[in-house]
Design a protein around this ligand. Structure first.
Ligand SMILES: CC(C)(COP(=O)(O)OP(=O)(O)OC[C@H]1O[C@@H](n2cnc3c(N)ncnc32)[C@H](O)[C@@H]1OP(=O)(O)O)[C@@H](O)C(=O)NCCC(=O)NCCS
Length: 148
């Protein structure tokens, strides 16, 4: 059965934080961006956060901040072992549905470089580059995702 997508609750925070830190996409130099980072109940309540769950285990989630004035994808993660089965695409489609209902036309994305090709495949457009800043010592693609 496909994972169910539901709204996140404050009780999910520990599992969302664990899921992020377990991601192999953020090993090596990229680990710096997640150092000390945790998803908080305040974030879950302020932002649009949805999880994909199967048998009580969260397999992926997204978080949209800046709603509705300056919508930006804050987080999108699929567990390593659940990748490549269209869960990322499903979560992004779900996000588009939520955004559409809120009258949002475009979503900004500061992409993790290895994920840029995924977003382009999903219809995002490259609009610029964010230079290195603070502990983020690498440039990041700036993308714009039409909600459609
Ligand atoms: C990026 C991520 C969310 C994609 O999730 P996923 O479930 O593996 O992706 P899907 O299976 O839904 O893939 C959808 C399509 O994108 C393609 N795709 C997925 N990841 C890709 C990548 N890194 N490069 C190129 N294409 C990719 C798939 O081949 C598929 O193409 P298709 O439509 O031709 O079949 C997932 O790899 C992830 O969580 N990565 C680690 C965290 C991360 O970097 N998040 C982004 C932060 S900005």
């Amino acid at each position: 059965m496909d994972p169910t997508i539901r709204s996140a609750t404050r009780e999910d925070c520990a599992q969302l934080t664990e899921l992020m830190h377990a991601s192999s996409a953020y090993r090596g130099d990229y680990a710096a961006i997640l150092h000390g980072y945790a998803v908080t109940p305040a974030q879950v309540e302020a932002d649009l956060v949805f999880v994909a769950e199967q048998d009580g285990r969260i397999l992926g989630f997204y978080s949209l901040r800046g709603v509705p004035a300056a919508p930006e994808l804050d987080l999108l993660f699929v567990r390593d072992e659940a990748q490549g089965r269209r869960l990322g695409a499903r979560l992004l489609d779900h996000l588009r549905g939520q955004a559409r209902a809120l009258g949002i036309a475009r979503i900004a994305i500061v992409a993790h470089p290895p994920a840029e090709a995924f977003y382009l495949r999903m219809g995002a457009e490259r609009v610029g580059t964010r230079p290195p800043t603070g502990r983020v010592s690498w440039s990041r693609p700036l993308l714009s995702l039409p909600v459609g």
